[in-house]
Design a protein around this ligand. Structure first.
Ligand SMILES: [Zn+2]
Length: 139
């Protein structure tokens, strides 16, 4: 299922400009150095308002997900919440994911999807080195 269409406004323009370049921006607090999600207007830790844009590394861990099966589409749609390596949570689709293979804490990385007239939108993909460090001991 394509993401979007997603449009911008004045406050989201820097985020979508970066997405078009292949960068995922988060908000970094200049008071306490905590990271907040892109749409934050105040710091999630100290409620400070002096936030600057900063590129995230693009790595994340799967927190939770939901699967939607569409009869007219080859693959189900997986909507996920993931924790960015910097700390904030983000939600989007996981591209080409097998719902049976998903696991909490699975490593994801951010890619960008652009469909039609939509802005370039961050999506997740399962990282090639997705195995959890404790997987060998669990099975
Ligand atoms: Zn802060």
């Amino acid at each position: 299922m394509p993401v979007g269409p997603v449009g911008r406004d004045e406050s989201s323009a820097p985020f979508f400009d970066a997405s078009a370049r292949g960068e995922f921006l988060i908000r970094r607090c200049q008071t306490c150095a905590s990271a907040s999600e892109p749409q934050a207007t105040t710091c999630a830790s100290c409620s400070g308002i002096d936030l600057v844009w900063e590129p995230a590394c693009g790595r994340a861990r799967l927190v939770s997900w939901a699967v939607t099966y569409n009869v007219d589409e080859e693959h189900p749609t997986v909507l996920a919440i993931a924790e960015l390596e910097e700390g904030p949570w983000w939600w989007s689709q996981i591209a080409d994911a097998d719902p049976e293979a998903l696991d909490v804490d699975m490593a994801l990385h951010i890619e960008f999807d652009r469909s039609g007239d939509s802005e370039s939108v961050p999506i997740f993909r399962i990282a090639s080195d997705h195995r959890k460090s404790d997987e060998a001991t669990r099975r």
